[in-house]
Design a protein around this ligand. Structure first.
Ligand code: NAP
Length: 479
């Protein structure tokens, strides 16, 4: 932590203040990092990368396993920090840290296998595919899973031999510094992984720096567009994990109460502030009324409460601004014909609170239909039949997660595998990420993948090597 503090000390002269979403009161202050310091950190990271890439998988694996141990040992402390900075319930925070540890262990164990040389037969001599690290990867990350989003990227990237710079969301500076602390304590060289408390206005300049090889962003479509533009201008690799408006098809053959339970669980992940939270529930008309009642009942189980208490299932939103935006989306949807079945009222108390809310009669032209609602608001959309439900699900600019709720598993499998335009499609359960399975989206939900062999191969040079004795004359080459 000492060196990290030194890097940020002179800063820009500006200070970042955190705000506790529970009370609306100011928390801690941190010095912002200047672009000049960020560029110096990029140069140092590049230097450290040149050594790190020569270490073996065994050495890296021991370090990343140690990071997992540290995460487990400091789980309660980090959960509290997330609650202070984002309002996340302490129960969700602990689960998030546990997941980061599992993810570190997985990539510590699997990286050598995922990145083992692959022989190919291209006729004559020896040919194989090998995976070289790309260099220093800039990670621009969001606040909603402040530890998970970073470790999801960092564990495979470091195991592949890369260095990394973290530009985290500006409302989670404590988490951002704590993550660097974990990795450094585990043995990741200080200069190889750096947290920069850099304003987003400086990200494009850092992407363009020669010491930065690639960039990954998890966040909104607007931020993704801006980062992709900067990366494109210098032809650098870019992975984008953006927003989602996940649709769940609720088909007429389903057991309604069980389907509503899955729907509510999907909707209420992290207080509804998740890219893969279920946001649109597209219900075949013949069961619409029964599903409305069942979903209201299931969503009613998420009472708002103190996020530091174990039993709380819904804490505050991340900020009063974010809460006001959600409420505006709900109010506008109602103005345009949506029917309010539950919630929808801002509680009269300080802090960023918003209740579990259910809207029905949601149609095109309403924000609850057309936009990502990043909070505890379930939108019910009626469909005539299966085909209509698929059409509505796909009529979205997003394509991250999706679900099918049905009693017929063959039908569910077919729709999930063939029909839904999304990076993930789950039948009869809520979508989630897992280190073993690829994670990412299509359309405006981004491109590239995280997790699994697909994720670790995003930030490597997939290199073909062909070795043969020197003969007379070369081969006839066609590009
Ligand atoms: P955000 O405002 O886009 O911020 C995400 C990160 O991008 C932050 O570090 C932010 O920094 C930075 N940023 C914002 N504008 C930028 C710009 N023009 N250039 C460079 N960097 C920029 O998103 P958020 O509000 O934190 O997170 C919510 C969004 O993320 C939702 O849309 C959600 O669906 C999406 N998300 C997607 C995934 C996924 O895996 N697909 C996962 C989680 C969240 P500052 O904070 O300093 O502005």
């Amino acid at each position: 932590m000492a060196e990290q503090a030194e890097l940020t000390r002179p800063g820009t002269g500006r200070t970042i203040h955190t705000i506790n979403p529970v009370t609306g009161e100011s928390g801690k202050s941190y010095d912002e990092t200047s672009l000049e310091e960020a560029l110096a950190a990029a140069a140092a990271a590049r230097g450290a990368f040149l050594d790190w890439r020569r270490t073996g998988f065994g050495e890296r694996s021991a370090i990343i396993h140690r990071a997992a141990e540290i995460l487990r040992a400091r789980k309660d402390e980090f959960a509290r920090l997330m609650t202070e900075e984002t309002g996340k319930t302490v129960t969700d925070g602990r689960a998030e840290i546990a997941k980061c540890a599992v993810h570190c262990d997985w990539f510590a164990d699997q990286a050598a296998h995922y990145l083992a040389d692959e022989p190919v037969d291209i006729g004559g001599g020896e040919a194989f595919v090998t995976f070289n690290p790309l260099g220093v990867v800039l990670a621009v990350m969001p606040w909603n899973f402040p530890f998970w989003q970073v470790f999801r990227f960092a564990a495979p990237a470091l195991m592949a031999g890369n260095g990394a710079l973290l530009k985290h969301a500006s409302n989670v500076p404590g988490c951002a510094l704590a993550i660097a602390d974990v990795l450094h304590e585990a043995g990741v060289p200080n200069e190889l992984f750096r947290t920069l408390l850099l304003p987003s206005s400086e990200v494009a300049a850092l992407i363009k720096d020669d010491n930065v090889a690639a960039v990954t962003l998890t966040g909104s479509v607007a931020a993704g567009r801006s980062v992709a533009t900067a990366a494109g201008s210098v032809l650098k690799k870019c992975v984008l994990e953006l927003g989602g408006s996940d649709a769940y098809l609720v088909l007429e053959d389903v057991e309604v109460a069980a389907a509503a339970k899955v729907a509510a669980t999907a909707r209420m992940v992290n207080g509804g502030q998740s890219c893969i939270a279920g946001k649109r529930f597209i219900v075949v008309r013949s069961i619409l009324e029964r599903f409305e009642k069942a979903l209201v009942e299931a969503m009613n189980g998420y009472a708002i409460g103190d996020p530091t208490r174990e039993e709380t299932k819904l804490g505050p939103m991340v900020s009063v601004e974010a809460r006001d935006h959600i409420h505006e989306q709900v109010a506008q949807s109602i103005d345009k014909g949506a029917r309010l079945l539950l919630g929808g009222k801002v509680p009269d108390r300080p802090g960023a609170w918003y209740p579990a809310t259910v809207l029905s009669d949601v149609r095109p032209g309403q924000p609850a239909h057309d936009e990502e609602v990043f909070g505890p608001v379930a939108a019910i959309i009626a469909a005539d039949d299966e085909g209509d439900a698929i059409r509505i699900a796909n009529a979205s600019e997003y394509g991250l997660g999706s679900g099918v709720l049905t009693a017929d598993l063959d039908r569910g499998r077919r729709i999930a595998a063939e029909d839904l335009e999304a990076g993930l499609s789950f039948v009869n359960e809520n979508v989630r990420s897992d280190p073993r399975a690829p994670f990412g989206g299509v359309k405006h939900s981004g491109y590239g993948r995280e997790c699994s062999s697909y994720g670790i191969r995003e930030f490597v040079n997939i290199k073909t090597v062909h070795v043969k004795p020197l003969g007379r004359g070369g081969s006839n080459a066609v590009e």
